[in-house]
Write a protein that binds this ligand. Structure first.
Ligand SMILES: [Zn+2]
Length: 140
């Protein structure tokens, strides 16, 4: 196994539900970074059985809305000089704009290509959001 435990400076996104790591990787655009980014999949974890984990060796403004949408149970730890300096717990955002697209093909947002549509959280358990125009449910 690669030793990635020593991170001098950067961000660790931990406790990602197994299988969701790649989605987070893509949605945060980590593939476009030129810094070291490690995605570990199916890491053994006592609490979850298996988990995914992402280490980013740089400072980066993470989109917490995107993270909260995909998996609000992740933990984010900021590392500075090899020390944990801040830990962030997420919750699903109440409303998001410009991230989700409506899945209803008859929705006006799809017919008229309306952008920045707002979606509000309707079910925190399933992370379902409702379109502001047609109320159709969707999730990322
Ligand atoms: Zn809609």
């Amino acid at each position: 196994m690669i030793n990635v435990s020593k991170l001098k400076r950067g961000i660790v996104i931990d406790h990602i539900r197994a299988g969701q790591g790649y989605k987070i990787f893509q949605q945060l655009g980590l593939d476009k970074l030129e810094d070291v980014v490690v995605l570990m999949r199916n890491v053994e974890s006592g609490k979850l059985g298996r988990k995914d984990l992402i280490k980013i060796e740089t400072d980066l403004a993470l989109n917490f809305d995107v993270l909260g949408l995909i998996d609000p149970n992740v933990t984010i730890t900021y590392v500075e000089d090899g020390e944990r300096v801040q830990k962030v717990k997420l919750s699903p955002p109440q409303e998001v704009r410009g991230i989700l697209a409506c899945k209803n093909p008859r929705c006006v947002t799809n017919q008229e290509r309306i952008e920045n549509v707002a979606f509000r959280l309707v079910n925190p358990e399933t992370n379902e959001y409702a379109c502001e125009y047609c109320d159709a449910r969707t999730r990322l």
